[in-house]
Design a protein around this ligand. Structure first.
Ligand code: HEC
Length: 107
């Protein structure tokens, strides 16, 4: 009886933790969108609401179509961006947020 009670407590705990994780990812993506609109939208089409961008830079929606491993590698790309991109020196948190935002655009 005592043991079952312990198990129930663990399961209830898991119910509280799981939605928290999702909310964290949503928060990161929302923050990433703000960063992208501020710093990336002069070249990239960063959201469906944006009308104009540079033709050389891939729209974030098409970057989002890559595999998950590719999207995880974006974090490394953003630590040391391509020469055509201005050197932003983004913090790790900002990179996490930007990658979360790009991932959220995946259909
Ligand atoms: C001055 C214009 C410019 C700005 C600002 C800019 N980019 Fe880029 N970005 C480019 C161009 C051009 C490419 C295409 C490079 C190529 O394929 O050779 C690119 C490519 C990329 C790629 C694809 C890299 C790959 O693996 O193919 C990512 C991801 C990216 N940019 C993210 C960002 C993020 C995030 C920001 C904002 C923090 C940003 N860019 C701001 C011009 C820009």
């Amino acid at each position: 009886m005592k043991r079952n009670f312990g198990l129930t407590a663990v399961l209830l705990g898991a119910l509280f933790i799981l939605p928290g994780t999702t909310a964290g990812a949503a928060f990161e993506a929302a923050n990433g969108k703000t960063l992208a609109e501020k710093w990336c939208s002069s070249c990239h089409l960063v959201s469906p609401d944006q009308a104009k961008a540079s033709a050389d830079a891939p729209p974030f929606a098409s970057i989002a179509e890559r595999t998950d491993e590719d999207l995880d590698r974006l974090a490394f790309f953003l630590l040391d961006p391509h020469p055509v991109m201005p050197n932003f020196s983004l913090s790790r948190d900002q990179i996490t947020d930007l990658v979360a935002y790009i991932k959220s655009l995946k259909q």
